[in-house]
Design a protein around this ligand. Structure first.
Ligand SMILES: NC(=O)CCC(=O)C(=O)O
Length: 290
């Protein structure tokens, strides 16, 4: 695995916005104003990340109602493409409910745009959030969603990054696959909650970083007290050593960070697990990985 997976220092912004209400126009407009604010406060930002389900309510009985057929005619596609183009940034567009008309299935989908507003990637959440925690939370995305079936690694001039959505972070294989494709980071638009957030949010992010000696980036919606699903907040960036280098609170906030190639190189020089793997003993975890 290369030491030079990130080609330059990279400034990023995570948009922790309260944009999961029932009015899609209002959600898009609020997200747009936060992106504009981020670009004003940190004009040399090159990568912006939005949260999971940022354009509509995160609830199993709402996904179909809000689903869009992804393409240049869809409202959220147009919004994301325009924002990326206008601000000349790579935009990891959170996630939106997507309708696949040929199968009538709904996916939880992240669209990624380049700085010219062109769609350069689409990740469909692979692992659906189906949990039943006594006295905690019961949620079954699979009641209305289907899972995607491929991992996503996006290649840019500054380097490559992997994309997963929220619950995908619990499955380390996805991060490994992208890391073995020389990704410098895993980016997860997410919406943990007030039960599993305190349990595992930081632990999972730090684990994915340390496993692979990469950056891990989680972007959550802001918490809206009294609303339905209570998002955890705490959007954060973890460095390749496993340190949290930037973190939001629970409310609306923009998290800024600068990623440094030397941080990856230093970690890999010091603790070279990326070159010490024993594939002669354990076969690679996935034929999808390098
Ligand atoms: N939206 C989600 O996938 C939530 C995942 C979550 O909270 C978890 O604990 O995992």
């Amino acid at each position: 695995m290369s030491l030079n997976v990130l080609k330059q220092k990279l400034k990023i912004a995570l948009i922790q916005v309260a944009a999961g209400g029932p009015d899609k126009n209002a959600n898009l407009s609020r997200a747009g104003s936060f992106i504009a604010r981020a670009m004003k406060e940190q004009p040399d930002t090159q990568l912006v990340v939005l949260p999971e389900c940022f354009n509509s309510v995160y609830a199993t009985d709402q996904f179909r109602k809000n689903a869009e057929v992804v393409g240049p005619d869809s409202q959220s596609f147009q919004f994301l493409s325009r924002a990326a183009r206008e601000h000349k940034v790579t935009l990891v567009g959170g996630s939106i409910p997507e309708l696949e008309p040929s199968t009538d299935r709904i996916f939880n989908t992240c669209l990624i745009f380049d700085s010219a507003g062109e769609l350069i990637g689409r990740h469909r959440k692979m692992h659906l959030f189906d949990v039943d925690i006594p006295d905690g939370i019961t949620f079954r995305e699979s009641d209305t969603l289907s899972g995607g079936s491929s991992s996503t690694t996006i290649s840019r001039s500054f380097g490559s990054f992997g994309v997963g959505i929220c619950y995908d972070i619990r499955f380390p294989e996805l991060a490994m696959i992208s890391a073995r494709r020389d990704a410098f980071a895993m980016i997860y638009p997410s919406a943990f909650n007030t039960v599993t957030g305190p349990m595992h949010w930081h632990l999972l992010a730090r684990s994915r970083s340390v496993d692979n000696e990469i950056y891990t980036i989680l972007c959550s919606p802001a918490r809206v007290p009294g609303g339905g699903y209570q998002a955890y907040g705490h959007s954060l960036v973890v460095d390749p050593q496993g340190n949290v280098i930037a973190e939001a609170g629970e409310g609306e906030e923009i998290v800024y960070a600068e990623l440094d190639p030397e941080s990856i190189a230093k970690m890999r020089r010091s603790v070279p697990v990326t070159t010490q793997r024993r594939f002669d003993v354990y076969k690679d975890v996935s034929s999808d990985a390098k």
